[in-house]
Write a protein that binds this ligand. Structure first.
Ligand code: GDP
Ligand code: MG
Length: 689
């Protein structure tokens, strides 16, 4: 069962390898970190666990930069995948003999692509790279060196070698060297997935152990701390670590493991790890203090312990790993679905379906059925409604005929419009002439309304095409946009003509019988009331105001009868001599001079009528022009657009280039497909547990 768990994790790591290392991987395995005083044997312990010699070791401060060592299990066809930490040791003992092993190599992050098959070269590179950052003179740096070891004999796992704690600065070391190293160590061991190997030389007092002290700070309960006692071989004769192992000195939940690494002499004489392990075993088996518990001593037991912690970690994090894989899988599957399938359909059916989607979106937006109805912004049909009922209506209602018509003009036109034939009520004609001139003014706002709606339709178009689903075929999108805008431009022309005709119709026939038009008699009464207000008559009996007497139609006639013609007043002021000479009229003949009461009254009546009629036209235009735009532009485009797009696009001979996918889409789909595949595989692996 445990074996399969390790296998599973190895398989899982393999399966997830294409995702690259880093935070994206859902598998978060423990990092094994070493802490302890300088020269306590940290690097030696790590090296023994890995089973290969490649770390610089020795007296003085040797490890001066953190080394992040990623072991990557690289399955080899002949070997079983079930390599746990103990396996590593035995295989490696043999592996040592063949230093240049084609199936095992190291790679540094700072030397990408360079494979180190010789582990001595790896050590040299670590030394070189350490000195490159820190100088030769005992300086330190917290910038880690990243090394990956690919091998069929390791478990995919991260080990971290750290500088040891030092108290007194030497060489180039800064004054606060102790604090700097301490901070560096804390950064690594405070991670919850860090397994802490608190290394202490057996010939040093445990009570002064720096490693234990630091480990306690981040792991007070000792859940992820293992005590390692090195240099047991160097203890004074007659002393041993039995009290420590029994937990009588400083108890530790996971206990202590005594080990023996190679001493400086062994290193110089190139003692192999296998030999060292044998010597270690023999030492514990034959030592009077340890022989009874030799099982619980030495590097193999330490490896077993680490293995157990590792398994436990895997077991507890597996459900989370599972969940993370499933979440990631779902995310990529969704994205893949959104990107749409790779081109399996024929170009023409793609074009058809995109056009259909587009037309549905277009009509949907106009009808107010937008997919995401925005609450902070009007869109689509609502904006067009705003153009009609706010912008256009206000524009029309703001038109004031009297900012152009002056009283004098009315008078002139009054004379002119009577023509050569004296008219009984020339006012009617003057009124019509003036109203017609003014009605023309509705044309500009009406045409502007069409332009605004056109702009809104183009805006809707770009809104639709900005949706991600249209990004897939950039060529098709561009064509739809061009054809649609061209179509709208063409539709604007008949719409303009139609609206111009509506205004022209208004101009052509002035409906003086319009039920809402002020009656001439009413107008006259109002003017008379304004010019000569009748004092309010009070009923002598009740004291209430009496209604003003109605002006009958006959009273207008009476007025008219008093003067033979409007021209009477015009000529009356001229002197008799000139009249007699019958001079030709001046080249520019204007109605000038003081207006008679009668003229004033007539002018005012006409103005009232113009005002009244103009209001009727305002209402009509404000009502009918939007209807016309709706019919000729909006509704028409809704009806036509599918047909137009199909005709234009299907007629396109180069359908293939039209449905050529956006490169980003292609790349993203590939990426998503890969992720889905990888994660599916990972999910299968996890679910076998
Ligand atoms: P680090 O500074 O904690 O990484 O310690 P190293 O691993 O570099 O070891 C310091 C020195 O102690 C080296 O010369 C090692 O050979 C030596 N050493 C480490 N462990 C043992 C051990 O168990 N027995 C003996 N005799 N020497 C050891
Ligand atoms: Mg070291």
């Amino acid at each position: 069962m445990d074996e399969t768990l390790i296998q599973t994790i190895n398989k899982l790591q393999d399966a997830l390898a294409p995702l690259g290392s880093g935070s994206t991987s859902p598998v978060d395995l423990p990092q094994i970190t070493v802490v302890g005083s300088q020269s306590s044997g940290k690097s030696s312990v790590l090296e023994n666990i890995v089973g290969r010699e490649f770390l610089p070791r020795g007296t003085g401060i040797v490890t001066r930069r953190p080394l992040i060592l990623q072991l990557i299990n690289r399955r080899n066809s002949s070997k079983s995948a079930a390599s746990d930490l103990i396996d590593i040791q035995t295989t490696d003992a043999q592996g040592n003999k063949t230093e240049n092993n084609a199936e095992e190599w190291g790679e540094f992050l700072h030397l990408p692509g360079k494979k180190f098959y010789n582990f001595d070269d790896i050590r040299d590179e670590i030394v070189r790279e350490t000195e490159a950052k820190t100088g030769k003179n005992a300086g330190i740096s917290s910038v880690p060196i990243n090394l990956r070891i690919y091998s069929p004999h390791v478990l995919t796992l991260t080990l971290v070698d750290l500088p040891g704690l030092t108290k007194v600065p030497v060489g180039d070391q800064p004054k606060d060297i102790e604090k700097q190293i301490r901070d560096m160590i804390m950064k690594f061991i405070s991670k919850p997935n860090a397994i802490i190997l608190a290394v202490n030389a057996a010939n040093q007092d445990l009570a002064n152990s720096d490693g234990l002290k630091l480990a306690r700070e981040v792991d007070p309960e000792g859940l992820r701390t293992i005590g390692v006692l090195t240099k047991v071989d160097l203890m004074d004769q007659g002393t041993d670590v039995i009290d420590i192992l029994a937990g009588r000195v400083i108890p530790l939940r996971s206990g202590y493991v005594p080990v023996i690494n190679r001493g400086q002499k062994d290193i110089e004489s190139r003692k192999t790890i296998r030999e060292a392990l044998n010597d270690e075993r023999r030492f514990f088996e034959n030592h009077p203090s340890y022989s009874s518990k030799a099982h619980y001593c030495g590097t193999p037991y330490l490896a077993k312990k680490l293995n157990a912690i590792l398994l436990n970690h895997i077991r507890t994090t597996l459900p989370e790993i599972k969940a993370r894989i499933e979440t990631a899988l779902k995310k990529y599957q969704q994205e893949l679905a959104a990107l749409g399938p790779e081109m399996v359909e024929s170009p023409s059916s793609i074009v058809l379906s995109v056009i259909t989607d587009f037309c549905n979106d277009y009509t949907g937006i106009l009808d107010g059925q937008t997919k995401d109805i925005s609450s902070n912004e009007l869109s689509g049909g609502a904006r067009i409604s705003f153009v009609f009922h706010e912008i256009f209506k206000n524009g029309v209602y703001a038109l004031d005929p009297f900012d152009q018509i002056k009283d004098a003009d009315i008078r002139t036109i009054m004379y002119n419009s009577s023509g050569s034939a004296p008219s009984l009520f020339v006012g009617t004609q003057a009124f019509e002439v003036l109203v017609k001139q003014q009605i023309h003014r509705f044309q500009d706002p009406s045409l502007r309304c069409i332009t605004l709606v056109f702009d809104e339709l183009v805006r809707i178009l770009s809104q639709i095409l900005a949706q991600p689903e249209y990004a897939r075929y950039p060529g098709l999108k561009e064509q739809i946009s061009q054809i649609f805008i061209q179509y709208l431009r063409e539709s604007v022309l008949p719409t303009n003509t139609f609206v111009e005709d509506i205004i022209k119709a208004e101009q052509t026939y002035i409906n003086t019988a319009h039920p809402d038009l002020l009656k001439g008699s009413q107008a006259l009464a109002m003017v008379q009331e304004k010019l000569h207000p009748t004092p309010v008559q009070v009923d002598p009996k009740t004291g209430k105001p009496l209604p003003a007497p109605a002006h009958s139609a006959s009273s207008i006639n009476d007025e008219e009868n008093k003067s033979s013609s409007f021209f009477g007043g015009f000529f009356s002021s001229k002197n008799k001599k000139r009249l007699a000479a019958m001079e030709a009229p001046p080249s520019v003949l204007k109605a000038t001079g003081q207006m008679t009461d009668r003229e004033t009254q007539e002018t005012e009546v006409i103005k009232l009528l113009i005002h009244s009629y103009f209001n009727i036209v305002k209402r009509t235009v404000a009502d009918i022009v939007p209807k016309a735009v709706m019919l000729k532009l909006i509704q028409q485009s809704k009806n036509d657009i599918q047909k137009v797009l199909l005709e234009k696009l299907y007629g396109n001979k180069d359908l293939d280039s039209l449905v050529k996918e956006n490169e980003i889409t292609v790349a993203r789909r590939k990426e998503c497909k890969k992720m889905v595949e990888v994660l599916k595989h990972a999910s299968e692996i996890v679910s076998t547990v």
